[in-house]
Design a protein around this ligand. Structure first.
Ligand SMILES: [Fe+2]
Length: 589
């Protein structure tokens, strides 16, 4: 009997232990399912360095309970993040997702922690952690640093117009392979295509979204001559702060429930037009005359840069906020301007609405007009931005800087297509029928009123700016003015529209040869031949530009020597390294 009792107790203990271990296994399986469920939507990236701090930013698709940066030698120091939700990001049926939804908002949270107490020129390890549902979701370990001091040798990546273009990931992987870790990224606009489409920033299924490409997490398959290569981009902005300027692709247009996201992007109205529509509809749209409703209505019926401003923490100016600013980074004084206009088609057919005309169909419907290639923020003499710039150029920080660089999206000098028409307010030209009704509405852009050439460049020249850096035309070319100021466009990451030289004429109206220039730089400078290894045309002649959908280009500014080096990488010859093809030195102050 005693033996039977002992056996029963032993069996009970054995069964209890078995149940305990089984339940442990089940729990850990449950946990591993959960850890599969949650992940960060982006790696962290660096923003807004000061002398003793830098901001770390990352994104998740859950709000989370707690978000923190852990840093220092043993990652024991902590900076708690502030969390906000992106207010305008959406997806629609055109989104490159496995199951694109109908147009709807997407829930994305942004976490930002200020890592303080840093010493200049000292790199520190860090990682981020987001906690959701009692799980800790961690990033890998990266490095951060505060602002470099003057005379610190720096390598700055000059890149632009990524827009998820086919060669972007290949380009950025070559940056890291060629020069290693850079110290900062200067990016003059067109980061994505449609700024309110979340997947273009984070997880476009083709693998080349904005953040993955600049964080070495892209998965972009590029096919060349039957060989497919997967490029991962470069692990760059986890370690180096990103400074941007607004391009036309950072601006969303009129909000409309009937429009796709791309249509919303393509349909901005000038603010003054939205204000006039508001005044004529005020009794319906804002009967209580609420000031906030008025502001929101005018913004939603013209254009906004809200998503761009919500994603990035940038230096700010009193006049322009994040939209235009100046900052000191080591020996560089960087001025980032908001100089861009809406891109519209050059077509002239009766049913075309574009940069030069409204369509005949909409001629009596001003709400449906495009208003030509209108400018989003004025840089004309006397404008807020111009006045702010004038003051900035007189500031001590600017005057003292060894290198003075201005970054803007729209090209002052280029062989590309997008420099035409001139950068000025479209002037409407109306034709009438015999009955006095409007028959056609064309737009003219007098070249003598080009605000970049007439107002901006003389101001920069007189203040001794050494480099004007821009994008927009998807090619590489450079110029130099008589005073020695350099102009560089380095935006060849795919989808190049070519250089307009020889027989490759721009698509222009014939009614003004003066205003609309078919070939060359309309503003009178000759492109400078790359001085190390220019490409050859099929005919054998050397080319003073790179406008290629096979060969991609990036440029590096080295503050130790004051030189800008440009490299080209041929995606058809995957194993070959990037080739240094041009190098120029900034004029001494
Ligand atoms: Fe652009």
């Amino acid at each position: 009997m005693k033996i039977a009792k002992l056996l029963l107790v032993t069996l009970t203990i054995f069964v209890s232990i078995a149940i305990y271990y089984l339940s442990m296994t089940f729990d850990s399986e449950k946990q591993s399912t959960n850890s599969y469920k949650y992940s960060l939507l982006s790696d962290p990236f660096l923003q807004l360095p000061t002398e003793t701090s830098v901001n770390v930013v990352w994104f998740t698709e859950f709000k989370g309970d707690f978000h923190v940066v852990k840093y220092g030698e043993q990652l024991t120091r902590k900076a708690i993040a502030n969390t906000t939700k992106l207010s305008r990001v959406r997806e629609d049926q055109d989104s490159q997702l496995d199951q694109p939804p109908t147009k709807s908002f997407r829930d994305i949270w942004r976490h930002e922690a200020i890592v303080k107490g840093l010493k200049p020129n000292r790199r520190v390890s860090y990682k981020v952690e987001s906690i959701e549902d009692q799980q800790v979701i961690s990033s890998d370990v990266f490095t951060l640093s505060s602002l470099p001091t003057a005379e610190t040798p720096l390598k700055i990546l000059l890149t632009s117009d990524h827009q998820l273009m086919p060669m972007t990931a290949a380009n950025l992987s070559q940056v890291v392979k060629t020069v290693g870790q850079v110290d900062a990224v200067f990016f003059p606009g067109d980061l994505v295509n449609v700024p309110d489409r979340a997947s273009e920033w984070f997880d476009d299924r083709r693998g080349g979204a904005f953040f993955p490409s600049l964080q070495g997490r892209a998965n972009y398959k590029l096919e060349r001559n039957g060989v497919t290569t997967t490029y991962h981009g470069g692990e760059i902005i986890q370690h180096a702060p990103l400074f941007t300027a607004i391009g036309n692709h950072e601006v969303m247009g009129k909000i409309s429930p009937e429009s796709t996201l791309k249509e919303e992007f393509s349909q901005p109205h000038p603010r003054c037009v939205a204000q006039a529509f508001y005044q004529s509809n005020v009794t319906q749209v804002n009967p209580t005359k609420d000031a906030q409703i008025e502001t929101d209505w005018i913004k939603n019926n013209s254009f906004n840069t809200d998503t761009y401003e919500e994603i990035f923490s940038l230096p700010q100016s009193d006049a322009g906020g994040k939209r235009y600013y100046a900052t000191t980074f080591g020996d560089i004084r960087l001025i980032s301007l908001f100089v861009t206009n809406i891109w519209r088609s050059p077509k002239l057919e009766a049913d075309a609405q574009g940069r030069y005309k409204e369509s005949d169909e909409n001629i009596n419907n001003p709400q449906a007009w495009g208003y030509g290639q209108h400018i989003f923020e004025s840089i004309a003499q006397g404008s807020n931005q111009y006045q702010w710039l004038t003051q900035e150029l007189q500031s001590e920080a600017y005057q003292q800087a060894k290198y003075k660089i201005v970054m803007l999206h729209h090209p002052p000098h280029t062989l590309g297509g997008n420099i035409v028409p001139p950068y000025t307010d479209p002037q409407p030209k109306l034709d009438y029928t015999e009955e006095g009704e409007v028959k056609s509405r064309y737009y003219d852009y007098p070249i003598e009123n080009d605000y970049i050439i007439r107002d901006l460049i003389p101001l920069l020249e007189s203040a001794g700016v050494q480099l004007v850096y821009y994008g927009h035309s998807h090619l590489w070319n450079r110029f130099q003015s008589d005073s020695g100021m350099h102009f560089l466009e380095s935006s060849n990451v795919g989808n190049s529209y070519g250089a307009h030289v020889g027989d490759n004429k721009r698509e222009i109206p014939t009614y003004s040869r003066k205003n609309y220039v078919a070939i060359g730089d309309p503003n009178g400078l000759s492109p400078i031949m790359p001085n190390i290894a220019p490409l050859n045309a099929d005919s054998g002649e050397l080319l003073p530009y790179i406008a290629s959908n096979d060969i991609t280009v990036f440029s590096i500014f080295d503050t130790a020597t004051g030189t800008v080096s440009s490299y080209r990488y041929d995606t058809r010859v995957q194993d070959d390294p990037a080739i240094l093809f041009d190098q120029f030195k900034l004029k001494e102050n």
